[in-house]
Ligand binder design. Sequence first.
Ligand code: CMC
Length: 386
Amino acid sequence: TGLSSYDQGFVNTSSTKSAITFIDGDQGILRHRGYPIEELAAQKTYLDVVYLLVYGELPNSSELEAFDAKLRQHSMVHPNMVKFFETFEPSAHPMAILSSAVSVLSTFYNDSTDPRDPEQIELSTIRLLAKLPVLTAYTYKSLVGESLVNPDSNLSLVENFLSMTFGHLGQDYAANPVLTKALDTLLLLHADHEQNCSTSTVRLVGSSQANLFASISSGINALSGPLHGGANEAVLDMLNFIHESGDSVQKYVERVKNKEDGIRLMGFGHRVYKSFDPRAKIVKAHADEVLRELGVSDPLLDIAKELEAAALADSYFVERKLYPNVDFYTGVIYKAMGFPARMFTPLFAVGRLPGWIAHWREQNADSTTRIGRPQQVYTGPAKRSI
Ligand code: CMC
């Protein structure tokens, strides 16, 4: 077969058809199953959107209740899994722990690893949705050297996650409702974004008929890079750097424009959005509110605002259509909530999980799916002899 095209980075190649998420990057439009992200964020919860992405429709109240109950029922992880979290150095990156934990999960739940069995697919869907927040909280506890807190089926998914993260073994913990609502909204905003790097990875791995656990573990690794989900951590590092260096925001912007040391304005730019990322608008509106309600004032938020204004007024960024993306303001909010920067990308993973699952299932259910197998342009030596 002759080579049809060369498209490094898949800038202009559709790898699939999909009915899950619509994006118009020029106009800054994002819709899940037809519903605008603004309406979903204002009127629905993370769990509603998880259901919407995975099953195709928003749940009615009894469907939501049954779904929530199932997730609570599956939140415990196998006791032997707990030992896994005792083995890491405090310096370990949580994304590495998390992707490994998801991979390991399949060994304890191998009654839900057959990608040809719809019941097993459903069971692994529920198990992953219920357990990833638990594994993320365990990861946090293991890194800060505190005892793991068991999930509590009386709590909602987000309350449970906060309680397992910030609560302490044997002590009562009541999640602040402001914090709970804000985290719910942030998870909702991350729930899907069509064929981004991690979702495409999940699809590619899944196209070999690897099971859902293996595919999601690969997605978590793809998300970890600073050009993708890792950007939220990198944004905070950048804001801290500017704050601590005492340099002006303008000086930093000049360094970015001069491509000094290859630095980029983290949290800026997007392959698809050539105008405002609609998620960034919602997050920005939340940042002030959440910090105020949590009683936190953070100079990094001021630096972020100044940086955004400087970039939006600068021809370098205007000409390249670089706008703040979803990661630009999330870090400041996560920080105000009490998360260390290294936990920001795991939070992205928890949010994005339903999108990965929805895409894996959509592809798996399509009988026309073939294994993903890109072509290359060979640039090595022509035939030679030894
Ligand atoms: N700061 C400075 N310059 C930039 C930036 C940036 N953040 N992003 C792109 N550019 C420049 C780039 O140098 C190039 O300029 P030139 O034509 O002079 O070489 C031009 O803009 C086009 O960039 P590109 O690398 O071809 O764009 P891309 O579509 O391949 O990359 C991106 C998209 C998101 C990886 C990139 O904008 C970037 O590195 N942003 C910073 C990291 C970031 O915030 N990532 C999160 C993305 S949104 C959420 C997610 O997916 O996780």
